[in-house]
Design a protein around this ligand. Structure first.
Ligand code: ZN
Length: 569
């Protein structure tokens, strides 16, 4: 039994994610985790909410709540929606956990001891009225470029010019509105990524099987311009992992926390510790190569914007510690999913968000469309027309229709039981041979995390069943040879649980209904197709299932199209 550690990039806490976020990390990670479990392997699938940083503080302020309370509420919301999409995390943690705090501080101390953290003094905007340093986003003023009066310290939202807080005309504090600001000396910790450059470069070079999307982004950061730069890992904020703590090898970091991008990936490990504490399990055999993790295969899933942090910053933390932590074996990254001629946008509320999607259709519809159109080799686009066609053709016409046709035919001619006697003959044997070839291809694509190809192969497996029914035509054969017709039906009925097991990683709810309808309890992966199509014995009772997938009508499509054309408020 192989052991698979699977992590999805952790979604930020401030608000509900859109479908583009879902398909770029959590959903393909879930597909892979479900597949590995179905193959009988041991899986640890970890995700969490990313709760620290300025945006969380600002969102809480906007909601009029203490930030800890805001994060607890939003975590519960995101966990509920993840359940709605059947994301099968072994644990959905929180980067604000005590485990992550302790581990982040331990890593920082270790990196300092290894000579990989240096202290840097720099000048930063200080608010006398608020009694604190202000991060760039906490400062607003007039844009020197376009005159917009609410430009932020890091960027003007009106003309998109990148800014420094000192560029702003009449700068003021976002917290208090005070203009009593001054530049003051402040100290920060920097991770010496530049010292790790050659080691990281050699490590990336050794990953010859990684997607080009992943390695090209890493290489760009390693070599473009002056190459990989040291990175500030502390911020002047109160919400986060305190940078000054008992046993810290530095002083004067009071009131500062670690930068969210330093502590967030550490939550993959801390989340497993949270799981261990809740379940009584052993986290070290997943993460410590000296405690049993040397045979673990670790796969990460993420959107391309997260690649630099996972190929460089987090590995710099792991490698820099010189401790026996498990390093990632494979990074699967995704391009962007666009929405109907533009971009999905959380800040502007554009597109379909996870909660809205579940309000209009069951999760399997979305899972199938998103995964079969995953933005792997290039950006992809969601359009309502494409969604309608894909759902109606693939799910309703191909899979749903197959299940409905064979169960209804059998019920009308033989009753709700697997027909007895006869032999399905050469056409049946040819189908078994075709399915065997296709299932081995499907397995290969799933192992390689080739999501679109796996979806296309699964669809071809469904199509093969439909074509077999069409060409064998048991309804015609029945008129002259009912026993032969029964044998054909027996083979086709046995495909229903076979399809359920194969399809479950993509469409778990429909797969469960198919198994339930066939009164099938065995969910063993079909290593041997010839044996699998004989699993339901002659005389075995079944229940004709309800319609598996409804079709999306033109009226529904138009209604949703206009409902989601505007901006979420
Ligand atoms: Zn501007």
């Amino acid at each position: 039994m192989a052991r698979h550690l699977v992590t999805s990039a952790i979604p930020y806490i401030n608000g509900i994610k859109h479908l583009g976020n879902l398909v770029g990390s959590q959903l393909p990670a879930d597909l892979f985790a479900r597949y590995q479990r179905a193959r009988g392997n041991e899986v640890m699938f970890i995700c969490a909410t990313d709760e620290h940083g300025t945006p969380a503080e600002l969102a809480a302020q906007k909601a009029g709540k203490p930030v800890a309370e805001y994060c607890a509420e939003m975590h519960a919301v995101q966990a509920r929606i993840a359940e709605g999409f059947r994301l099968s995390f072994d644990h959905f943690g929180r980067s604000s956990s005590t485990q992550n705090r302790a581990l982040t501080q331990a890593f920082a101390k270790r990196l300092f001891d290894m000579g990989l953290i240096r202290e840097v003094s720099e000048k930063q905007m200080y608010s006398n009225a608020d009694g604190r340093f202000l991060p760039d986003r906490y400062i607003e003023g007039t844009c020197p470029n376009c005159g917009y009066d609410s430009a932020r310290g890091d960027q003007c939202d009106n003309c998109t010019k990148q800014l420094d807080p000192v560029d702003l005309i009449n700068p003021r504090s976002v917290i208090s509105g005070s203009t009593d600001l001054e530049m003051r000396e402040t100290k920060h910790l920097f991770l010496r990524q530049s010292a790790m450059k050659d080691k990281l470069d050699a490590w990336i070079d050794s990953k010859t099987d990684w997607p080009v999307l992943t390695t090209s982004i890493a290489k760009k950061w390693l070599h473009d311009g002056d190459g990989l730069q040291d990175r500030g890992i502390t911020r002047d904020l109160s919400w986060g992992v305190p940078a000054q703590f008992e046993g810290a090898p530095w002083e004067g970091m009071e009131g500062k926390v670690f930068y969210v991008w330093f502590d967030a990936p550490i939550e993959y490990i801390a989340g497993t510790q949270e799981w261990a504490e809740a379940s009584g399990g052993d986290w070290e055999r997943w993460w410590r190569t000296d405690k049993g993790a040397e045979d673990v295969t670790y796969t990460q899933f993420m959107g391309k914007d997260n690649v630099p942090f996972h190929t460089l910053s987090f590995p710099a933390t792991i490698l820099g510690s010189d401790e026996p932590w498990k390093l990632v074996d494979y990074i699967k990254s995704f391009n962007y999913l666009n929405y109907d001629g533009g971009q999905f946008s959380t800040s502007r509320g554009r597109g379909v968000f996870m909660d809205q999607a579940l309000e209009i259709l069951p999760s399997d519809y979305w899972r199938w469309w998103l995964l079969s159109h995953a933005p792997e080799s290039a950006d992809a686009e969601f359009t309502w027309e494409n969604f309608q066609v894909s759902v109606n053709k693939d799910l309703a016409d191909v899979l749903g229709n197959f299940v409905s046709r064979i169960t209804k035919f059998t019920r009308s001619k033989f009753g709700e039981a697997i027909p007895e006697g006869g032999d399905w003959g050469e056409a049946g044997e040819a189908l078994i041979a075709e399915l065997t070839t296709r299932i081995r291809d499907y397995e290969r694509f799933m192992e390689a995390k080739e999501v679109r190809k796996a979806a296309a192969e699964l669809r071809a497996i469904w199509v093969a069943g439909n074509e077999y029914l069409q060409s064998s035509a048991p309804w015609s054969v029945f008129k002259t040879d009912p026993v032969q017709a029964g044998a054909i039906a027996r083979l086709a009925l046995n495909l229903v649980p076979l399809y359920a097991v194969l399809s479950a990683p993509f469409i778990p709810d429909a797969a469960a209904s198919m198994l339930e309808g066939m009164h099938a309890t065995d969910q063993t992966w079909p290593e041997d197709v010839a044996a699998a199509v004989r699993a339901l014995p002659e005389g075995h009772a079944f229940t004709t299932p309800d319609v598996l997938f409804g079709k999306i009508s033109d009226e529904e499509r138009e209604d949703w199209q206009s409902r989601f054309a505007g901006i979420r408020t």
